[in-house]
Design a protein around this ligand. Structure first.
Ligand code: 13P
Ligand code: SF4
Length: 309
């Protein structure tokens, strides 16, 4: 490193030397999004991870996203700035519990949200993200019983949207979105009565009932950008503000502080920093390492989803 080089310059330099692509989820800090080759929601980033030239993927998101990238790129190195960048939804569905469920109900179709461990993906029939969950469930014959894993709010939202009575829902929740309460949305609405509400489907039913639009992080950004309204109450992680301000300058966005920490941030996503990203590119650690057999099994439901969307 040159004495005068900034951290950002060091990262750009290392990225070139490593022939690395830098993928960033919308919930990353702005300084990370600024350096990224692609910023997106989990579906867009899975697609980007599939179609790129180079040797290394530096995944600035959470661990399950990097695992997905590794399954799609078994011969490339995939690193994440912080190994502890996890997700409460992943923790809510240990693979042994899913295997026990499958032994009991072997004929149920397992639809797993991308926010699951690679081991859970390997036990699943098809994957989905918040962007395509309704489409994925609609692709399954109506006479089948489905188990939707692991997000209770997204699962119940999909159940309402598809009218599928025979859809069972796991009891996991996102620690961030599950505590964006209808009460808090109503309080902001009182201050800004003209603002429209856009919410992520991981929010509770009562919160979603107040929304003018429900969608994935990228879908929320696209909707707010295209809609002629000037003011929006955005019920998701506040990292999306980076793209909203860039794509919709002049519009006003109000974020909801959740009931738990009184903020709108995912503590897992925010573990990644520029320093840790620099170190990950330098040391090629923390690195995702997966057994070939696990990759082979997890790839099947991922490919089924990507073929559909
Ligand atoms: P998206 O699919 O909208 O990127 O959501 C991922 C996530 O972790 C939401 O909390
Ligand atoms: Fe997981 Fe929620 Fe954080 Fe998304 S916002 S990574 S679902 S804990």
């Amino acid at each position: 490193m040159l004495a005068t080089q900034t951290l950002a310059e060091e990262i750009v330099d290392l990225k070139r030397k490593r022939r690395a692509i830098l993928l960033a989820h919308h919930y990353q800090e702005p300084e990370i999004q600024e350096l990224a080759d692609a910023v997106g929601d989990s579906l867009e980033l899975a697609r980007k991870a599939r179609d790129f030239e180079g040797d290394v993927i530096a995944f600035c998101g959470v661990w399950f996203m990097a695992e997905t990238a590794k399954v799609l790129n078994p011969n490339r190195i995939v690193v994440v700035p912080d190994r502890e960048a996890g997700c409460s939804l992943v923790d809510a569905c240990p693979v042994e519990q899913l295997r026990a469920y499958k032994r009991r109900y072997p004929d149920h179709v397992i639809v797993s949200y991308i926010n699951t461990s690679v081991e859970v993906k390997a036990e699943s029939d098809i994957l989905c993200t918040s962007r395509n969950a309704v489409k994925v469930v609609n692709s399954i014959p109506r006479d089948k019983t489905i188990l939707f894993v692991p997000d209770i709010n997204l699962g119940n939202y999909v159940k309402r949207q598809t009218g599928r009575e025979n859809l069972r829902v796991w009891q996991g929740a996102c620690i961030v979105h599950a505590t964006f309460s209808a009460r808090r949305v109503a309080a902001i609405k009182t201050q800004h009565p003209g603002a429209l509400v856009a919410a992520h489907p991981e929010c509770p039913k009562e919160t979603l009932a107040m929304a003018d639009f429900v969608g994935s992080t990228s879908a929320i950004i696209e909707w707010c950008t295209r809609h002629p309204a000037e003011e929006f109450i955005v019920v998701t992680e506040s990292g999306v503000l980076y793209s909203l301000e860039r794509l919709a300058p002049g519009k006003r966005f109000y974020f909801v502080a959740n009931e738990q920490c009184n903020c709108s941030e995912c503590p897992y996503m925010k573990r990644n920093t520029l320093e840790k990203l620099r170190d990950a590119l330098l040391r090629l650690e923390p690195r995702v390492e997966l057994e070939p057999e696990l990759i082979r099994r997890a790839l099947v439901p991922i490919e089924r989803m990507l073929a559909l969307s």
